[in-house]
Design a protein around this ligand. Structure first.
Ligand SMILES: [Mg+2]
Length: 218
């Protein structure tokens, strides 16, 4: 019997491209203030069109003959912005449907998990929030899942993990014996899966989660 449901954050509860776009815009403004050169459009194009999703600031600064000394400042600016974020359609209504019957948690490997939840207006739903960089491990280790389950007072067999990125979100919960649910909303929707990367259930949106729980409990 499922008693607790933990969610991944980025790409599961909201489209994290919003966070990236807001962060790159804010970093672009800081860069313009510091250097007089506005590369905001170039940063967005590098990330979203050219697929330079790692070391994006280094790549764009180097391409424009600017020193990379500013990269740490730009990374801070990227994370330090308060642009509003919106949950996926159906996220709030689903959490409202589930919150009375289940203990809810978030396990995220992303930076600033709590700030994202606050900006999304979702903080109140979750009794346990585990953020990888704060906790000190990643979702490739079982500890962060075990800690969340302990806080929620459930055994793995009584817990579900809902995520969007098969290779990161499902191996550990599957090995622990949690029920896993893949939601194909984010940018990993087309990723092929096999073995421990495969979830027990697959849904195209969070609004389908209550139906999955009904099937499990039949
Ligand atoms: Mg994710």
């Amino acid at each position: 019997m499922t008693r607790a449901i933990c969610f991944d954050l980025d790409g599961t509860l909201f489209d994290d491209r919003q966070y990236i776009r807001g962060g790159l815009r804010h970093a672009g403004r800081v860069l313009a203030d510091e250097t007089g050169v506005d590369l905001t459009a170039e940063l967005l194009a590098a990330y979203f069109e050219d697929g330079i999703t790692d070391s994006t600031f280094d790549a764009v600064l180097e391409a424009h003959g600017l020193s990379t000394d500013l990269v740490p400042t730009l990374i801070d600016a990227y994370h330090d912005n308060d642009a509003a974020l919106s949950p996926y359609p159906g996220a709030v209504s689903t959490l409202e449907t589930l919150e009375d019957a289940y203990r809810l948690g978030v396990i995220t490997g992303g930076t600033n998990g709590r700030a994202k939840l606050r900006r999304l207006g979702l903080e109140e739903f979750f009794e346990a929030v585990y953020v990888g960089p704060t906790f000190g491990t990643t979702k490739h280790d079982p500890e962060i899942f075990e800690a969340a389950l302990e806080t929620l007072g459930v055994e793995p067999a009584e817990a579900m993990y809902v995520g969007d990125r098969p290779s990161l979100d499902f191996p550990q919960p599957n090995q622990l014996g949690m029920t896993t649910v893949r939601v194909t909303t984010g940018r990993y929707a087309d990723r092929p899966v096999s073995g421990d990367n495969a979830a027990d259930h697959c849904i195209t949106g969070l609004q389908a989660l209550p139906a999955v729980l009904e099937i499990i409990h039949q």
